[in-house]
Design a protein around this ligand. Structure first.
Ligand code: HAM
Length: 419
């Protein structure tokens, strides 16, 4: 039986990879301009890190983690997200002793055992950025400004930034109680999941997409009416800094996010071009996470962008493929060696050259050059070759000229603007 990839795990094919490289290169460029450096984390961590960091009562920890016991009897988990690992690395390497403020980013695959559908996979890639060590609302805004700048730079236009404040350890329990009381009165209207959430995590009910629940949610008490004066002040400063930077946003009081570590600012960027899985990015502040994973009292804020969702939104009319600069076509077997040597030489000089390996006719070589979208074709053979020359055909305007082979590399370099 033919072996296929596992459900929810995707191959990213050469025809698509140009888009991924473009997004990743742009992220590195933008983030590094904002003072961020890359921090690479392992694929596997101790299960406890995620259980304590993300929260026992979240969907991720309750039912979506790829957890296994290794040969030494340790419970390990494939990372479902990057924030907890990056916080662990910051603590473990005492990065705060160099500078209390750390701006770090990471790109790589995450693993969640979710029900696969369009835009939702079991292995998916995130680009993640975090700032550790600052609770100033200016940083909340700066992180969001960087995110929006990045999303615009890769060509996304129709996006909506939604923000909310989830309060802090002091004020959230009161809101949680209020919400629980409210939903208890309506529990008969709630779906099975929300009945359970009522006991474990009533805030998550606000995020439910089931019609019956949505009706009850519409009149639920709003978190922004319950947060303490410090959190209110923090939130209004975040909004002020965003406005100063010219970033548009909507306050969505029902946005609660799926991870328990959030405090105060949280945000999502949604695209209405995406269908039901419409969040391109999620993020927020997590001022208790470091303590939850056994560390110091250090605040943090960050976001993660879903790469598959972002790539699917890139402008359709842009081609990100790296096509050959030159296809070397040969007339007869005796020119094969010349073609091979010439291709090697051009590769070393940074020119993408392709050639025929199968002794095909000139017609079929030209067809292949067209299919590969080569910019030029060099026709090697006949009398011209004896004089050190060959015919260079421009595949765009179909013009042809005879060129000295020894000058080919510099000639192509002058013709191809991006070399
Ligand atoms: P999250 O909302 O769970 O947050 O994920 C962030 C983004 O990852 C989502 O908006 C979505 O684009 C993408 N994503 C999540 N799950 C899947 C999936 N199964 N398939 C495809 N894409 C998916 C976090 O992970 C937090 N660590 C974000 C963060 C960083 N908060 C603070 N710092």
């Amino acid at each position: 039986m033919e072996i296929k990839a596992i459900r929810g795990f995707n191959d990213i094919l050469p025809q698509e990879i140009g888009k991924w490289h473009f997004v990743e290169d742009t992220a590195r460029d933008v983030f590094e301009n904002f003072g961020f450096s890359e921090l690479r984390i392992p694929v596997i961590e101790r299960t406890d890190l995620f259980a304590r960091g993300i929260g026992e009562a979240t969907d991720i920890v309750e039912k979506e983690m790829y957890t296994f016991t290794d040969k030494g009897g340790n419970s390990l988990t494939l990372r479902p997200e990057a924030t907890a690992s990056m916080a662990r690395a910051y603590l473990e390497h005492q990065m705060y002793s160099f500078d209390p403020v750390a701006k770090v980013y990471f790109m790589g695959p995450m693993f969640r055992y979710e029900r696969p559908q369009k835009g939702r996979y079991r292995q998916f890639y995130q680009i993640d950025a975090e700032v550790f060590g600052v609770d100033n609302p200016m940083v909340d805004a700066e992180v969001i400004v960087m995110l929006m700048h990045f999303l615009h730079k890769v060509g996304l236009q129709t996006l909506e930034l939604q923000i909310n404040s989830l309060g802090c350890r002091e004020c959230r329990p009161r809101y949680r109680e209020e919400l629980k009381r409210f939903f208890e009165k309506k529990s008969f209207q709630l779906c099975e999941d929300c009945q359970r959430r009522l006991q474990t995590n009533p805030l998550r009910i606000l995020d439910c997409k089931v019609e019956g629940c949505k009706e009850s949610i519409a009149n639920a008490p709003r978190v922004t009416d319950f947060i303490c004066s410090n959190c209110k002040e923090h939130f209004s400063r975040v909004k002020e800094y965003l406005t100063v930077a010219g970033v548009q946003f909507d306050v969505n009081p029902n946005m609660v996010r799926g991870l328990d570590y959030y405090t105060r600012t949280c945000f999502e960027v949604v695209s209405y071009d995406l269908g039901s899985q419409n969040a391109v990015t999620g993020g927020g502040r997590y001022d208790n996470l470091f303590q939850e994973i056994g560390g110091l009292d250090i605040p943090g804020i960050g976001f993660a962008i879903g790469m598959e969702r972002l790539v699917s939104l890139l402008p359709k009319d842009r081609t990100f493929l790296k096509t050959p600069h030159l296809f070397i076509a040969t007339l007869g077997d005796e020119t094969n060696k010349e073609a091979y040597q010439l291709a090697n030489e051009l590769h070393l000089r940074g020119i993408r050259a392709e050639l025929d390996y199968e002794g095909k006719s000139l017609k079929s070589q030209m067809r292949r050059a067209g299919k590969l979208n080569a910019s030029y074709v060099l026709i090697l053979g006949g009398d011209e070759l004896k004089q050190g020359k060959a015919v260079l055909r421009n595949m765009g305007d179909k013009s042809q000229e005879e060129v000295p082979i020894k000058d080919l590399a510099s000639l192509l370099q002058s013709k191809l603007p991006r070399l």
